[in-house]
Each structure stands twice: as C-alpha cells, then as structure tokens.
Ligand binder design. Structure first.
Ligand code: ATP
Length: 412
C-alpha cells in the first residue's frame, strides 16, 4: 500500500491538511470511514493545486458534516435526498458524500443509487485517474487506494474509462474525456478512444440540461477552443445542436478574447457568443432548445443574432454615435465584445469598442429632477428632453452642463 501523507501535507496549505486529519478523527470516533476522492487526489499526485475537496464517508455523511460545521462555525448546505452536504468557508468548499454504488437502467438515464462501500464508490467514476482515494482515518491516514490503475495512467498521461459500457451508461463522459485530455495535456487511451467514437450517437440519449452543464464546464477551462475544435472534428458539437460548419479562425478569436478581456465582462459569455457568431437563426433556436439553455445563455445567443444583423449598418460614414448607442444598448456587453473580435471591418470594430469603453457610460448631467425644478412636469415631454440631452452628449453637440441647459431651454 502506497502512503502519500507526506506529499499531501507538503502540497496542501497547513490548515487544509490538518482539517483532513480532523475529519478522519471524527469519522473514526463515530465508527465510520472517511476518504478524500476524485479530482483532488489526481491533482495531488500530479502536483497541481485544487482546493475543491470531495470526501466520501462510509457512514452518514450529512450527520458527520453537521458535527464538523457546528465545531467550526461554518455554513452548511445539505441534500438529504442524495446523502450529501457542502461546507463553505473562505475560498474553499468541501463536499461530503455518503459512499454509494450506481447502476444504469438504460443509456443516458440518471443512475439508480444505493449505499455502498468505497470500492463501489470508486467503480462508479468516469476515468481511472479520477477513481483513486486517500484514506483519512488516523491509523491509515494517507494510504492511497487505486483499484483501477490510476497511478500508472497518470504516469503514462492517459485518460482511460473503467469499463466498456462507460460511455453507454453515461455519454456525458465523452465530453468529460475531451476536457481532461486537454486540461492535463493527456491522451485518450486507445480503446477508450475507439469506444468514445463508437458511442458518440449515445449523446442523443442525454437530457439537454446535462449536456449544457458539461458544455459550460468546457467553456470554463483555460483553453476551451482546443476542446471545442476536437469536439467539432468528431461530430460531437453537431449532436449538441451546435453545427459549426466553419471553425476556421476560431482559435485566434478565443486567443484575442483572452488578451483583450476586461474583468467587468464574463469571458465565459464571450466564448459562447463566439460560437453563436458562426450559427444562423435556425441553428441558434435549435441549440437553445436542445440544450435547454438557461435565460442568460439564451440571451447571449439571441443577442448575437441581433448584433450580426445590425453590424452592416454600423459601417455607414454618416451614422451618429447616438444611433449606434440605441442599436447596442439593449444587447449584453459580452455579445458586443465578441462582435468586435469577429468583425472584419476596422470601422465597425472601433465603433463597437468605443461603445463598450465610452458611450455606454455617457449620461447627461441634467437629471429628471433638475428638469422638474425647471418646470417640466413628469411624463412624455420630460422623457423626450432627457433622450435629446443624452443624444446630444453622445454626439458631442453639447459637452458640459451649461450647454445642456441652453439646449433644454431651446427644447422647452
Ligand atoms: P475535477 O476537475 O477536479 O475532476 P470537475 O469539476 O471537473 O473536477 P466534477 O464534475 O466536480 O469534476 O466531478 C468530480 C468527480 O466526480 C470527478 O473527479 C469524477 O470522479 C466524478 N464524476 C463527475 N461526473 C462524473 C460522471 N459523469 N461519471 C462518473 N464520475 C463522475
């Protein structure tokens, strides 16, 4: 049995390592067993940092989590139906889950879950590199359980499924495999690769929500475009309702998005809009339906369609800033940023960028309250004057409060 307690303690911040020991001691005192599982074990062995801890309890996870939360004064969220609890403090989160086994009644369906032991819990996982665990109980603290050969695959840089039916049971693992392959710089083990290709059509059995969840995880990776291009080449994106018939230049767009990225905008939404830019209206609606997209993502896709329609008119020489403002104001800023990245016209690019960094913040100094003090009663006229002042500011026909007052009197 390999013991990696020295490695674990060297790699984790002091407080976290002692927290794991504490969990093991609490479990021991309760006559239960605790194990650190999943991604964090893989990352400790690889020397990568990962502070999202998953702990499996052979026993009652929620009750143990409540005891820990009470002792520490931490917030706790529980899901009694799934036997899981989440503890939150500072930047870290700790999930405690009751050990379970899973069986699949039909491809793509959610599994039937039963209480199990740690071996069952590891056997339900996606890849060998994610199917290892570290014992936390005191006398065996740091012992590594690796029943599926995860360490060898880590050394050989391979993503390998645990059994032949894996992609049939849960086809979302197809997307997960590409994600780990890219993130870790690994390769799909050859049989895993063959089975992944063989079972691509099983993605059609998965609900939109689950596919969307995996697509979001891909968009959150450091280099999502690498995964997206491979998924497109394999015909996977097509099955998700994202038929990218042309993916030329996609990498450059993602690289530009990262280099010009402004912290106030969500890179994740910009990435989604970059994909939507390559789809037509029918494809966009098909994708929204297939992936049962949440409201914000639906808006990114539909706003992208609107901006693609508006962009040609933005090239006109005589178009006013206020006209561009009215076109762009209803759209979410990330969509505008992605249109600036994809546009071939320097004029359009410049105008979109000025809107993002300047025009969208421009406001007249005179407010509705000021106008009422000047005798304008609330209603249509007041709204029209405010709009005229705003347009004048954008078009720089007025540049300060005095000029705004002169214009207001003229309008009155
Ligand atoms: P990490 O990158 O650290 O693995 P993640 O956010 O990519 O984390 P999660 O989706 O949180 O992964 O999953 C955590 C663990 O749960 C994985 O390491 C894996 O062992 C298991 N897991 C998640 N999804 C599946 C799945 N569809 N099938 C089997 N096991 C899964």
């Amino acid at each position: 049995m390999v013991n990696i307690s020295v490695k674990l303690e060297a790699q984790l911040p002091q407080g976290l390592a002692s927290l794991l020991r504490e969990i093991g001691e609490i479990a021991e005192a309760r006559g239960e067993s605790a194990y650190l599982v999943g991604g964090v074990v893989r990352d400790v062995l690889l020397g990568r940092s990962n502070f999202d801890f998953d702990v499996v309890i052979k026993g009652r996870a929620i009750s143990l989590a409540r005891q820990l939360a009470r002792d520490k004064g931490w917030d706790i969220r529980t899901h009694p139906r799934f036997g899981t609890a989440k503890l939150l403090w500072e930047d870290f989160s700790l999930d405690l889950v009751t050990a379970r086994s899973e069986t699949y009644d039909r491809p793509g369906a959610l599994p039937t879950v039963k209480a199990g032991n740690i071996e069952d819990d590891l056997a339900r996982r996606d890849f060998t590199i994610n199917a290892m665990c570290i014992c936390l109980n005191p006398r065996i603290f740091g012992d590594l359980l690796d029943p599926h050969g995860g360490q060898v695959d880590l050394e050989q840089k391979l993503v390998r499924i645990l059994h032949h039916q894996s992609f049939v049971d849960d086809p979302t693992r197809i997307l997960r495999a590409l994600r780990y392959e890219q993130r870790l710089g690994f390769q799909l083990e050859s049989e895993t690769n063959d089975l992944l290709i063989k079972h691509l059509t099983n993605l059609d059995t998965v609900t939109g929500e689950r596919l969307w969840h995996e697509l979001e995880l891909i968009l959150e990776e450091d280099l999502p475009e690498t995964i997206i291009l491979k998924a497109n080449a394999l015909g996977i994106l097509q099955r998700l309702g994202i038929p990218l018939s042309n993916d030329e230049g996609l990498t450059e767009c993602f690289v530009t998005a990262r280099s010009v990225h402004d912290q106030s905008l969500s890179l994740h939404s910009i990435s989604l809009a970059l994909l939507a830019h390559r789809m037509d209206s029918e494809e966009i609606e098909g994708c929204i339906t297939r992936l049962k997209m949440p409201g914000w993502a639906t808006r990114v896709l539909r706003d992208t369609l609107h901006i693609m329609e508006s962009v040609p008119s933005m090239e006109a020489l005589d178009i006013l800033p206020s006209e561009i403002y009215r076109m762009l104001k209803p759209l979410i800023p990330e969509v505008i940023a992605s249109a600036a990245i994809t546009s071939n016209s320097p004029t359009v690019q410049e105008r979109l960028e000025i809107f993002l960094y300047n025009w969208r913040y421009v406001k007249p100094e005179i407010t509705g309250t000021d106008l009422q003090k000047m005798g304008v009663s609330p209603g249509k006229q007041l709204g029209e004057i405010l709009k005229a002042l705003h347009d004048a500011r954008l078009n720089q026909t007025v540049t300060n409060r005095d000029e705004e007052e002169i214009l207001t009197r003229k309008l009155l």
